[in-house]
Design a protein around this ligand. Structure first.
Ligand SMILES: Cc1cc2nc3c(=O)[nH]c(=O)nc-3n(C[C@H](O)[C@H](O)[C@H](O)COP(=O)(O)O)c2cc1C
Length: 160
């Protein structure tokens, strides 16, 4: 496995979740972790798993992250298994439907990525954090689920 974990983070909470995911994934192969503002198309070369995280801003991904994603060439994630997450407030089931992981997941799929798990939210207690109690553990468990799906899922390059 050659994984890349990318995060966009203003106050460090999304990075903390990304760190926990990267740490868990390292048990199964090579994992690089980078901030989205440093992401270049070449970073995705030879990557077969991309986990991407963003904070939720106004029920969407931050504008700055959308611009980074817009810059990536069409089809760049062809053959890459993808998983998207966000950090957001845990409000109620209805508001929780409108978090950034969903549009981010859609964008990763538009770029050719093969979704292997549903998009996931991790919760912060306040705008600048901290993460709610137990969220790092939940992130590690989500990463284990990603690894399981990664192994089960047929290589997207071989799926016609
Ligand atoms: C401009 C702005 C808009 C936000 N809008 C939302 C929102 O619509 N829904 C939500 O759950 N959290 C919202 N938040 C809270 C963020 O989700 C929170 O700041 C983020 O999870 C922190 O992650 P970070 O430390 O990685 O930046 C907003 C925060 C900012 C700064």
């Amino acid at each position: 496995m050659n994984a890349l974990v990318v995060y966009y983070s203003e106050f460090g909470n999304t990075k903390q979740v990304a760190d926990a995911i990267a740490q868990t994934c390292r048990a199964s192969g090579s994992v690089r972790e980078i901030s989205a503002d440093k992401l270049e198309a070449s970073d995705v070369n030879n990557v077969d798993l991309l986990v991407f995280g963003t904070p939720t801003h106004m029920a969407n991904q931050p504008k700055a992250l959308s611009l980074v994603l817009e810059d990536l060439p069409k089809g760049i994630l062809k053959g890459v298994r993808v998983a998207a997450f966000d950090t957001s407030f845990n409000m109620n089931w209805f508001v929780n439907l409108f978090t950034a992981a969903k549009p981010l997941n859609r964008k990763l799929r538009q770029l050719g990525g093969k979704q292997i798990v549903p998009p996931k939210s991790f919760f912060v207690a306040d705008k600048q954090g901290p993460l709610c109690k137990g969220e790092i553990e939940r992130a590690k468990n989500w990463a284990k689920n990603i690894l399981t799906q990664y192994k089960c899922f047929p290589d997207p390059k071989q799926v016609t």
